[in-house]
Design a protein around this ligand. Structure first.
Ligand code: CDP
Length: 221
């Protein structure tokens, strides 16, 4: 069976970019599990569902049609009820609300079972918060990426500026601090490094260096 690689870490640690590049280099599929929680958040906001209402969120999650495809660049393209929402799910309103949806156990149960189904096929790089601990506890390789708060906020700002969205650095630092706090403190599969994960602080590293670090370990093992 082809390798299964878990990449976890807090917001803005570079997981998605790195995971996609690693998948491309190794000829594996890539699954952005955060995009799934983002899509459910978009559906909930569109349907005016109260984000603290677990039952309503669960009913909505069971009802929506979520489809993930991989394009020729290896990016995940997310369809919600048949509509491509890949851009919409990156907007600030989703950033601000996604952790409230992701802490709901019923939502996680449905998302995790979809993720595990994909994991069982093998040959996949998955990034998220609970991949090494909960989604693929038996992954062949587990990485936990971190970076300083300031660096993570800077990276996020640069991404948003490319899209014409402007926030200040302190605003961005406050937003990701809040998200990390909710993600780490929730009861159901919180953001946590697996005991057997390889930790990497990417603060001073380029994307290429992080990708090389991971690929070298996978290929050299
Ligand atoms: O890219 P970024 O690090 O900003 O976030 P993301 O990976 O798109 O994930 C967005 C949110 O989804 C996180 O802040 C978590 O609340 C949630 N998430 C989760 O709970 N479990 C995962 N496996 C992936 C994401």
């Amino acid at each position: 069976m082809k390798a299964r690689i878990a990449i976890d870490g807090p917001a803005g640690a570079g997981k998605s970019t790195v995971a996609r590049a690693v998948a491309k280099k190794l000829g594996l599929a890539y699954l952005d599990t955060g995009a799934m929680y983002r899509a459910i958040t978009l559906a909930a906001l569109n349907a005016d569902v109260e984000l603290s209402d677990g039952r309503a969120l669960a009913a909505l999650t069971a009802k929506v049609e979520l489809d993930i495809q991989i394009n020729s660049d290896g990016e995940n393209v997310i369809f919600l009820n048949g509509k491509n929402v890949s851009k919409e799910i990156r907007e600030p309103q989703i950033n601000r609300n996604v952790s409230y949806v992701a802490r709901c156990p019923e939502v996680r149960e449905i998302m995790v079972s979809k993720q595990q189904e994909i994991g069982r096929r093998g040959g996949v790089v998955m990034d998220g918060r609970d991949i090494g601990t909960n989604v693929m506890p038996d992954a062949d390789f587990k990485f936990f990426l971190t970076a300083s708060l300031t660096e993570r906020a800077r990276r996020r700002l640069a991404e948003l500026q490319e899209k014409g969205i402007s926030l200040t650095l302190p605003e961005m630092m406050a937003e990701i601090t809040m998200r990390d706090k909710i993600d780490s403190e929730r009861e159901c599969s919180p953001l946590q490094a697996a005991k057997d994960a390889i930790h990497l602080d990417t603060t001073e590293m380029t994307i290429e260096q992080v990708v090389k670090f991971i690929v070298d370990i996978v290929v050299g093992s």
